[in-house]
Ligand binder design. Sequence first.
Ligand SMILES: [Ca+2]
Ligand SMILES: [Ca+2]
Ligand SMILES: [Ca+2]
Length: 183
Amino acid sequence: MALSDFQTKKLIYLYRTFFDTDNNGTIEKDDFDLLLSKISKLRGWSAGSSQYATLQQRLDGIWNELKKADVDGDGQISEKEWLKLWSDVIFNKSNGQWIQLYQDFIFDAQDTSGDGNVDEGEFSALFTSLGVPADQCSNAFKTVTAGGSPVITKDLFVKRFQEFISSSDVSAPGNSIFGSTNF
Ligand SMILES: [Ca+2]
Ligand SMILES: [Ca+2]
Ligand SMILES: [Ca+2]
């Protein structure tokens, strides 16, 4: 089995927008350090605060798992290595230990109020800080919630997240969980 073209497009979007945060064309440790600094800035957490330390620990944990996908050992995960990783995750159910960590990290990073739900403002704040256009975030939020709920619950988030990574259905609402409505 191979990833469909549509799955590949979504996963490349995820790679370029959410993982290669310094836009140098590959994923490496620096991207996680930049993510730490961006989110800490967004939340007003200074280096040395306990929240900063916890976030750093979580991001390092994700990187330490994800870097197993660096098959050629150059310290970077190329797009080719990234797609191979997802193929293993989706079709062989292997190498996916980091995904749960990442899923929880994104939800918690969005839920700045800490009430266990993500509203539209929270959804947009994180994603626009990563370069996703605001109007695109707004449309994506409506798609994810199917226009019917003012918030994304954790259950809904997990469902949509799983759709994003596994669905080849272009109309699946989960395609928008990372702020984009078109691929
Ligand atoms: Ca990078
Ligand atoms: Ca590599
Ligand atoms: Ca919230």
